[in-house]
Design a protein around this ligand. Structure first.
Ligand code: GTP
Length: 369
């Protein structure tokens, strides 16, 4: 009997998207909105990867959700807007990266030998997904990982390979990584390899599944491509990713029209004629930038207000939050509905929680990171 194959030649490929994490490093932005849905260059972060996956031949995606699961269906529905067929599987308790893959696989339709693309929902990657799938098929691999190159691999999973491209070890977050080739969070799994992951318990792909399959002599291959790649895990990375998309350093079909590659102004955004919005900044729906203000490399969520003369650099301003005249922000995160009163200078990674109102002051706040 012919097994039903998907993933052959990159056509009719199915994918699992991991979007169940709590995004703790991005608090307070992720208190109300899961990280994969944060507006990034004007659209949900995920939309950039979804449109790229679609262009690479993915037609059906199973979202593995947990934290604030209902918000994903509200944002993407059945996926038809993006030419995708999207299904949602929700974990009652988060099952970890591999546990979530196993749990979501119940909704796949492909056969045991088919390749299934697995994407982390918080990565911006310009790598060639179709080429990764082709490499997986050529090697007849059980798992093919996208590996990218970084200057300092200590914060990541380091993945050395042999001359034939076979993975020889998984070394997670070590002071002495064996290579600067790291796990970039995009995999092609043979469907039958997913079926070997234990069900109904927490399982980590990085710490359990990959090392165990390697020890069992599975064929695990590295697809090395050093295209644009960013783990959007921290506020600084979030701002960078959004600005890189606007400036075209990371290409995505989902980026709205820009103002000369300098900024994105969403519907109803008001920017005073003598205000400056530059370096990849986004001004959200109905947000306002008043006279003489400067917004550089920053993200203003919907209905945020920056009053006259304020300078905002490398910062995020939450929904309906307000930065009053005489204040300034540099590398700061302002939660939804918060107010930065006149005279406050917030720098160095400082985060203001949603709804907090800082009164007028001459005090300068900064946070060491
Ligand atoms: P931090 O809490 O800041 O570390 O962020 P995170 O929760 O997103 O964790 P991490 O960056 O390690 O997660 C990588 C990807 O896997 C993200 O897309 C998460 O949404 C997803 N993820 C992590 N844990 C789970 C889980 O238990 N279930 C599901 N479905 N997805 C998960």
């Amino acid at each position: 009997m012919l097994s039903r194959r998907c993933g052959r030649g990159g056509e009719r490929l199915e994918a699992i998207l991991l979007v169940g994490g709590q995004g703790t490093r991005l608090r307070p932005l992720t208190i109300s909105t899961p990280k994969p849905l944060l507006p990034t260059a004007g659209v949900p972060l995920l939309e950039h990867q979804l449109t790229r996956a679609r262009a690479a031949g993915v037609h059906r995606i199973v979202f593995a959700t947990s934290y604030r699961a209902e918000m994903f269906a509200d944002a993407f529905g059945d996926g038809s807007r993006l030419g995708l067929d999207i299904t949602y599987v929700t974990e009652d308790e988060p099952l970890g990266t591999a546990g979530a893959i196993r749990n979501a696989s119940a909704a796949l339709t492909c056969g045991p030998d088919a390749g299934v693309l697995v994407l982390n929902g918080d990565i911006l990657s310009g790598h060639d997904i179709a080429a990764q799938v082709a490499a997986h098929e050529k090697a007849e691999a059980d798992i093919t990982l996208h590996l990218t190159l970084v200057d300092d691999a200590r914060r990541y999973g380091s993945v050395p390979t042999d001359e034939a491209g076979r993975v020889i070890a998984f070394v997670e977050k070590s002071a002495n990584p064996p290579t600067n080739q790291i796990n970039a969070g995009c995999y092609v799994f043979r469907r039958s390899a997913i079926d070997q992951i234990p069900s109904d318990r927490v399982v980590s792909a990085e710490y359990e599944t990959f090392p165990e399959l390697l020890a069992a002599k599975a064929t695990i291959v590295g697809y090395v491509e050093a295209a644009y790649w960013l783990d959007v895990g921290t506020p600084a990375a979030f701002v960078q990713g959004s600005c890189d998309l606007v400036r075209g350093r990371m290409s995505s079909p989902a980026v709205p029209p820009t103002v000369d590659g300098r900024a994105v102004l969403l519907a109803g955004a008001e920017v005073a004629s003598d205000a400056i919005v530059s370096d990849g900044a986004t001004v959200g729906v109905g947000a306002r930038v008043e006279a003489g203000a400067t917004i550089e490399s920053s993200v203003l969520f919907d209905e945020a207000v920056v009053e006259a003369g304020v300078r905002v650099s490398r910062s995020v301003i939450g929904k309906r939050a307000r930065v009053c005249a005489g204040a300034m922000l540099d590398d700061a995160v302002i939660g939804d509905d918060a107010v930065v009163g006149p005279g406050n200078e917030l720098r160095g990674g400082l985060r203001l929680w949603p709804g907090v109102e800082l009164p007028a002051t001459a005090v300068r706040f900064s946070a060491d990171r």
